[in-house]
Design a binder for this molecule. Sequence first.
Ligand code: CA
Length: 218
Amino acid sequence: MKKVLIIEDEISIANIISNSLIEEGFLTTCISRGDLAIDTFLKEKPDAILLDINLPGLNGWDICKSIKQISTVPIIMITARDNEFDEIKGLELGADDYITKPFTPKLLIVKLKKIFKIESSTFFKLNDITFDFNTFTLTTPESIFILPRREAQLLEFFFRNQNIIFSRETLLNEVWGFEFFGDERAVDTVIKRLRKKLGSFETYIKSIRGVGYVFKTN
Ligand code: CA
């Protein structure tokens, strides 16, 4: 069973989320103070975190940043529509997705299932490289790497969608998981890191000038 840590100080919202998740077969833990977040995370070891931004004690941004320094746990930010959310900031701090209040529990569950599908999918082998989607382990003839989440998600996406040319924008939407209208160079940065790890197989990720990227083995 997947355990979700809900960090939200509006108790009515936390209860609605928690009840909907329990109905779907998730386990939940709710806390309402930001300054309890890190300790609770370490103690409960959740499989995902739903994180409000304005919280007493410590805000959601700082919590996200701290947790992402020590863990690859998926974090979905819970945001208010108008003033507090900044996609670029969320991306920089490593948030995996966001959901805007008011939202339906159904949408949240779709997002969580999408995240866990990535986690529960299995193993990929291509010539001399293998990639385990569960553990983010990339094995090449030269080395073994545990990939950071974003690199792992991008590699999985490429494995599943070979020989298709994608624009940076599409990759951001598909891999970063939310609509992004900031700097598309985020994609280039992750691709650069991934190529380095692929070593002699780096040519699998081809740049298409003026368009984007394609994963192609020949
Ligand atoms: Ca709040």
